[in-house]
Write a protein that binds this ligand. Structure first.
Ligand SMILES: CCCCCCCC/C=C\CCCCCCCC(=O)N[C@@H](CO)[C@H](O)/C=C/CCCCCCCCCCCCC
Ligand SMILES: [Ca+2]
Ligand SMILES: [Zn+2]
Length: 258
C-alpha cells in the first residue's frame, strides 16, 4: 500500500501531464504558478498598511495563511500526494474560517449569535467538523470550497452600491478563475488533444488576482461596520488614472463637529 506521502497517491490528478518538464516536479506549471500567492500575501500587507496599523491581527493572520496556501498547493502539485491534497484543501478551509471569523459583518450574524466571540466559536466548531469530514472524500472537498465563493458573491451583491468598481473587477477575475478550474477538471481530454493542459495554472494566478480585490473589499466593510471612528476610503495603486490598478483601503478620520 503506498504511503500518504508517496508521489501520485492523491485522489485527483490535474490535466497537466506529469513529470514532463522535471523528474521531481509532477506538474511543473501548476507548481510554479503558486508564486502568485507569494506576491499576493505581502501585497495585501503593504497596500493596506493604514488598516494594518489598527487591525494588525486579522491582516497578518489571513495573509500569512494565504502564503501557507501557496506553499501547500506547491507541495501538492509537485508530488500529487494524498498528504499534499489534504494540506492544500485544509489550508484553504482554515484560511476561509479565519477570514470569516474576523471579517464577517456583525449585521449578517445569525440571530442566535450575540457577539463576535460566539461567532468565533461557531466558526471554530464548524471548521473542526468540516476538517474531520474532509477525510471521507477529499476529491469532493474542492467543490464544497468553491461553493463558498457563491456566499461571498451574495454578500457582495447586497453591498454592491458602495464599492461597485472593485466588486465588478473581483467578480470578473473570479468568473475567469472558476471557468479555468472547471475546464481543467471537466474538459481535460479536449485540452490534452490540443496540447494545452494549463488551465489549473491559470486558476492559481486568477484566483490570487480575485483575492487581491476581495480582501480590500472585506476590509472596507470591516472599517465601515466595526471601526466607527474611521471612514474607509478606497485608494488605487499605483494611481487613480492608471489603466490597471490595485485597490487598497485608506482610513480617514471624519472631522469632529464642535
Ligand atoms: C467575510 C469573508 C472574507 C473572505 C476572504 C477571502 C479569504 C480567502 C481564503 C482562501 C482562498 C484561497 C483559494 C486558493 C486556492 C489555491 C490552491 C488550489 O488551487 N487548490 C486546488 C487544488 O490545487 C483546489 O482544487 C481548489 C479548491 C477551491 C478553493 C476555492 C476557495 C474559495 C475561494 C473564494 C474566493 C473569493 C473570490 C471572490 C468570489 C466572488
Ligand atoms: Ca496531471
Ligand atoms: Zn492547484
Amino acid at each position: 500500500m503506498p504511503s500518504i506521502f508517496s508521489y501520485q497517491s492523491a485522489e485527483v490528478d490535474w490535466c497537466e501531464s506529469n513529470f514532463e518538464r522535471s523528474t521531481v516536479i509532477a506538474e511543473y506549471y501548476n507548481t510554479i504558478s503558486n508564486v502568485s500567492f507569494f506576491v499576493l500575501s505581502p501585497a495585501l500587507l503593504y497596500l493596506n498598511r493604514q488598516y494594518r496599523q489598527h487591525r494588525a491581527l486579522p491582516l497578518y493572520f489571513v495573509s500569512g495563511l494565504l502564503f501557507c496556501v501557496g506553499i501547500f498547493s506547491m507541495y501538492f502539485h509537485m508530488t500529487l500526494s494524498y498528504m499534499g491534497q489534504l494540506l492544500d484543501e485544509l489550508s484553504i478551509l482554515w484560511t476561509l474560517a479565519v477570514a470569516y471569523s474576523f471579517w464577517y459583518p456583525k449585521v449578517y450574524f445569525p440571530r442566535f449569535i450575540k457577539s463576535r466571540k460566539h461567532f468565533f466559536w461557531l466558526s471554530g466548531v464548524t471548521t473542526v467538523i468540516s476538517t474531520l469530514m474532509s477525510f471521507i472524500k477529499p476529491a469532493f472537498n474542492a467543490y464544497a470550497l468553491n461553493c463558498i465563493a457563491f456566499h461571498l458573491l451574495y454578500l457582495t451583491w447586497r453591498e454592491l452600491k458602495k464599492v461597485h468598481r472593485m466588486a465588478a473587477v473581483m467578480v470578473v477575475w473570479w468568473v475567469l478563475a472558476i471557468s479555468s478550474w472547471i475546464s481543467d477538471r471537466w474538459l481535460c481530454g479536449l485540452w490534452q488533444a490540443i496540447n494545452f493542459p494549463y488551465f489549473h495554472s491559470f486558476w492559481h494566478v486568477l484566483i490570487a488576482m480575485s483575492l487581491l480585490y476581495c480582501c480590500p473589499l472585506v476590509i472596507y466593510f470591516d472599517v465601515n461596520y466595526e471601526m466607527p471612528s474611521f471612514k474607509p476610503k478606497l485608494g488605487y495603486w499605483p494611481g487613480d488614472s492608471w489603466p490597471v490598478v490595485v485597490p487598497y483601503v485608506a482610513l480617514e478620520q471624519p472631522h469632529k463637529q464642535c
